[in-house]
Design a protein around this ligand. Structure first.
Ligand SMILES: Nc1ncnc2c1ncn2[C@@H]1O[C@H](COP(=O)(O)OP(=O)(O)OP(=O)(O)O)[C@@H](O)[C@H]1O
Ligand SMILES: [Mg+2]
Length: 340
């Protein structure tokens, strides 16, 4: 890598204990008729590790995309250390938020070290003449960047592979490299989207330690994961998203003990759950239609019921709700299009 050179002192300011780092309020993201995230409030304070969990398609990645400028929320506001975030991902990174992606995004044909150096570009200044002339300033700055990148590789346990091509790393190491690259922008908040997906239990434990170490470096962490043991071991607070809405937020014990959370994962509707009313209405309408179909056709009451069912019940709304639910489930498969 011979591009970014002069090191700028633009790293995120040191955290103030207890300071609210991230303050997301009323974040809503709609895609046409589908509301993927609905009125979500979430804060992360300095020194915290906060978990974001929820079934597939709950809106977790979409919420991350709203926080990092990949999506401009339809409604709501996101502040980082009190400032409203600019709606551009490179500006969000420069402001101090870094992230990893659910679908790993590395420069496959670059070396491990080069990938981390790319992550430093928001903290370095492209000195054109400096790069062309390659004077002492250029060499000093390039060395400083490489030293920092190597330090980060050592931190995640990949320093011995610095010259390997990223694409030749095993999956678990690619995830670690993504973390090193994110740390290279010297963030105040790190967002991790399923950092242990595809890892074996041993690698997961190592990643858990890594996240604690990142927190101890003064970087607040917001992490999405499906591995509940990982989440509940790690997080000071956990928020649960279901069908785009925040169902509950609390410490691990509170969230683990909440039967609505268990029901959400088992796919059982429960009282007051987002969407439960619609599901109940759909089921009632279906039962009604089934009963009407089975009954003798000459019973006037039943004939009425058959005719009226679609009109009386909010049938269209129900159908939409059902379609929305189906889309949520279908599109939740890994590799979906929104993980940008
Ligand atoms: N760009 C988009 N256009 C249309 N719909 C989208 C887009 N991005 C996300 N969605 C939809 O928003 C919903 C939430 O998806 P999202 O990927 O945020 O869920 P998730 O909680 O991250 O799921 P998973 O645990 O499977 O990663 C899904 O129904 C998805 O299809
Ligand atoms: Mg996701």
């Amino acid at each position: 890598m011979t591009t970014d050179t002069t090191t700028k002192d633009t790293s995120a300011a040191a955290p103030v204990p207890g300071e609210t780092v991230l303050d997301a309020r009323g974040v809503t993201m709609r895609f046409g008729g589908l509301t993927a995230v609905r009125g979500v409030d979430l804060t992360v304070n300095a020194g915290e590790i906060v978990g974001l969990i929820g079934p597939n398609g709950a809106g977790k990645t979409t919420f991350f995309n709203c926080l990092t400028g990949l999506y401009v929320p339809t409604e709501g506001e996101v502040r980082f250390k009190g400032e409203v975030l600019p709606p551009k991902s490179f500006k969000v990174t420069a402001a101090g938020i870094a992230r990893t992606f659910q679908n790993i995004r590395l420069f496959a044909n670059m070396t491990v070290l080069e990938n981390v150096l790319v992550g430093r570009h928001t903290r370095t200044k492209e000195g054109f003449w400096s790069a062309v002339l390659r004077g002492p300033g250029y060499h000093r700055a390039e060395k400083a960047s490489r030293d920092r990148a190597m330090e980060l590789l050592e931190f995640v346990g990949l320093d011995h592979k610095s010259e390997h091509l990223a694409r030749n790393l095993p999956y678990g190491e690619q995830r670690k490299l993504e973390i090193a690259r994110a740390l290279a922008s010297e963030p105040g908040l790190l967002l991790l989207d399923e950092p242990t997906a595809g890892m074996n239990p041993q690698e997961t434990r190592v990643t858990e330690e890594l996240v604690f170490a990142i927190r101890d470096m003064g970087i607040a962490v917001l992490v999405i994961e499906h591995d509940m043991r990982f989440i509940f071991n790690l997080c000071d607070r956990v928020a649960v998203l279901v069908q785009g809405e925040k169902l509950i937020e609390g410490d691990s014990t509170t969230v683990q003990g909440d039967e609505r959370v268990i029901a959400a994962y088992l796919g059982e509707p429960f009282e007051d759950a987002p969407g439960a009313e619609e599901v109940a209405e759909v089921e009632a309408a279906e039962a009604h239609a089934e009963a009407a179909a089975e009954a003798p056709a000459d019973t006037p009451a039943d004939a009425d019921a058959t005719a009226e069912a679609p009109a009386d019940t909010p049938a269209e709304a129900d159908a939409d709700a059902a379609a929305e639910g189906a889309e949520t489930t279908t599109d939740a498969a890994p590799g979906k299009e929104n993980d940008r």
